[in-house]
Design a protein around this ligand. Structure first.
Ligand code: UDX
Length: 433
């Protein structure tokens, strides 16, 4: 089937490349000239494992990238809206990009397909009620379908081909069947729902994942206070089939472009709907508190140099949106510390968010061991494999001081102590914690 995709972000581009892999013909429409130029060179504009080779396998064959919506739509049967819906200060998603796209589509009319009713799929994360609004806005020459994505950055391609479920929300059965048919060769249950139900599944999923992470962080904090070891507690918890072992790893607090945004959006929607929610605001508060717990483990930092390993919000991506580093590093600098930071992929994106020239006490380095030289303490924020495999002995030798705050529990506390380090994990029992 001929498909158009509006928006070459990690959802749009991954969806487009994977639909090509399923045998469809895809035109990706990207309005950002810099991003478009990189795409035309066969380069993914962001770090997503496996995406560049997948793009190059189909570019020039059944994948095309263009800056023109007209070109992208020509002959397409389905348009996937994968434009950004960034959060406003209130938590409300900004639907400006989506509104502009739909206005453009409405003005064009339905002529861009071969006479069949064009299907407009909202894959962007949008508040409940948006698909219904879009259908009214476009009119019944079009059919609007909700098809939320559950792609995780760093594993987006695998998540596309091996989803736990595909959700299709529509009022038109024919349009729902058409969208569901795109995933015919994907081995996963397809749930057909109404619009609001599909929109809510997306928010409820991310809200629950955020709750689970915050719960794990609070159990870890309790373990710190009790001198207990969190990993066996959380492992035993996860063995309960009703709970499940994933998303129970304590850390510096959840980040990324989705969990914080979607939690805030759901809280905002509930307020607008006059439904009082207690858990979601608590999960956001717990997340902010977790960041402060990690900072407190460093003790006084004024006049000290802190090495930071990890800027990305998680391993496997160069994305720093809502990352712990974005909140913690400025606080360390304001407290009078000097910070030397490393990340294998996210230095450039971090520097765009926090320009080093505006922060004289901040330096980004390409070698993780260079960050340790002369540092009084090491703070680990992202679970990159190169940090997990670092030897405590080598860390001790490279550091000037002896403190390691490991916010991802990558190192072994016993081995760290034997190497002469004062090791502080999150919920780790052991000498020095
Ligand atoms: C998330 C959802 O998982 C995905 O389904 C949705 O489509 C988009 O949002 P993503 O934002 O890529 O994906 O990150 P995810 O892997 O969910 O992690 C979110 C945050 O939680 C990261 O900061 C991560 O480090 C943190 N996390 C995750 C933990 O701290 N502990 C865990 O056990 C798991």
């Amino acid at each position: 089937m001929q498909i158009a995709i509006a928006g070459a972000g990690y959802v749009g581009l991954t969806t487009g490349a994977c639909l090509c892999e399923l045998g469809h013909t895809v035109s990706v429409v990207e309005v950002d000239p810099i991003r478009l130029e990189r795409l035309e060179r066969g380069e993914s504009p962001f770090y997503e494992p496996g995406l560049t080779p997948l793009l190059n396998r189909h570019l020039g064959a059944n994948l095309r990238v263009t800056g023109s919506l007209s070109e992208g739509l020509a002959g397409a049967r389905v348009l996937f809206a994968c434009v950004g819906t960034p959060p406003r200060r209130t938590g409300a998603p900004d639907l400006g990009f989506l509104r502009r796209l739909l206005t453009d589509i409405r003005q064009r009319g339905a002529a861009w397909t071969d006479g069949a009713q064009p299907v407009v799929v909202l894959k962007s994360t949008v508040p409940p009620g948006t698909n219904r609004w879009a259908q009214g806005f476009l009119g019944d020459r079009f059919a609007v379908v909700s098809n939320p994505e559950f792609l995780r950055e760093g594993t987006a391609i695998a998540d596309f081909f091996h989803p736990d479920r595909v959700v299709v929300g529509a009022e038109s059965a024919a349009a729902a069947d058409l969208v569901a048919s795109l995933y015919d060769t994907v081995d996963a249950p397809v749930m057909m729902t109404g619009w609001e139900e599909a929109e809510l599944v997306k928010y409820a999923t991310n809200a629950f994942l955020a709750l689970k992470v915050s719960f794990a962080n609070e159990i870890a904090a309790l373990c710190d206070g009790l001198g207990a070891d969190a990993p066996p507690v959380l492992r035993a918890l996860g063995l309960d089939q009703r709970i499940g072992e994933r998303f129970l790893a304590p850390g510096p607090g959840f980040g990324g472009s989705c969990l914080p945004k979607d939690l805030a959006a759901l809280r905002w929607k509930a307020q607008r709907t006059r439904v009082r929610l207690d858990l979601l605001p608590a999960a956001l508060r717990a997340n902010r508190r977790q960041r402060q717990r990690v900072i407190a483990k460093l003790g006084p930092v004024s006049g000290k140099r802190v090495a930071v390993w990890g800027l990305a919000f998680k391993a496997g991506t160069d994305d720093v949106r809502e990352a712990a580093s974005l909140e913690i590093i400025p606080q360390l600098l304001s407290a009078g510390a000097e910070v030397v930071a490393h990340d294998p992929e996210a230095r450039e994106t971090f520097a765009r968010a926090i320009p080093a020239e505006q922060h004289p006490g901040l330096r980004l380095v390409a070698d993780p061991w260079e960050a340790l030289a002369g540092a009084d303490a090491l703070l680990i924020l992202t679970e990159w494999p190169i940090y997990r495999s670092a030897s405590p002995e080598a860390i001790r030798a490279a550091l000037k001081g002896d403190l390691v705050v490991d916010a991802r529990n990558l190192l072994d506390p016993e081995r760290a102590a034997q190497a002469g380090l004062r090791y502080k994990g999150v919920g780790r029992r052991g000498p020095g914690t």
